[in-house]
Write a protein that binds this ligand. Sequence first.
Ligand SMILES: C[S@@+](CC[C@H](N)C(=O)[O-])C[C@H]1O[C@@H](n2cnc3c(N)ncnc32)[C@H](O)[C@@H]1O
Length: 166
Amino acid sequence: MDVLPDAPLLVVDAFSADEEIWSAIRRQRKFPTKVIRIEKGKDHCGFFLWGDNLKFLPEIVEHAKPDAVDLDAYGVPFAQMQLLRDLRYSGMVFATAILSKIASLPNAMLRDLEISDAMIRDGSRLITYQFYDLILEWLNKNGATDIRAIRKEDSLRKMYLSYRLN
Ligand SMILES: C[S@@+](CC[C@H](N)C(=O)[O-])C[C@H]1O[C@@H](n2cnc3c(N)ncnc32)[C@H](O)[C@@H]1O
């Protein structure tokens, strides 16, 4: 909440589920907060664009020019982070990144960081251990500014991020 400007806001909730987070934020904010929801699952309440957010984001970014995009994924929303960079989206991004017990960071992200395929094959433990730093390094190399990251104390595998693309 403290990173949100005191101004009306248009947000894309790209992994919306039942929109718990943004409906709670909207209730607390003094300024109008419009939310465009995207969700690929069927059993969710309210109105949302139904389908893969990768399909909807290009048009929404180009025409609606949202102030913020929320990527609250179950895994690491790397494809969406890459897409926002490639679309030259300008605004805030919120993201949750979670490594599952069996999945490492996406290989495409590791290759972007010039980590060799051999290391990707052999180094999954190291990569898990360095997951937090690797994501921050990728953001720094890909135009993100105002990066804030919160790592859950009890978890090597979960972090919350906010950053800005210009
Ligand atoms: C962690 S939940 C989001 C919770 C939500 N932020 C809230 O406050 O209630 C992630 C949701 O993203 C959806 N999802 C996963 N991949 C998606 C995609 N590519 N496009 C749209 N929705 C997706 C899942 O179906 C799931 O409901």
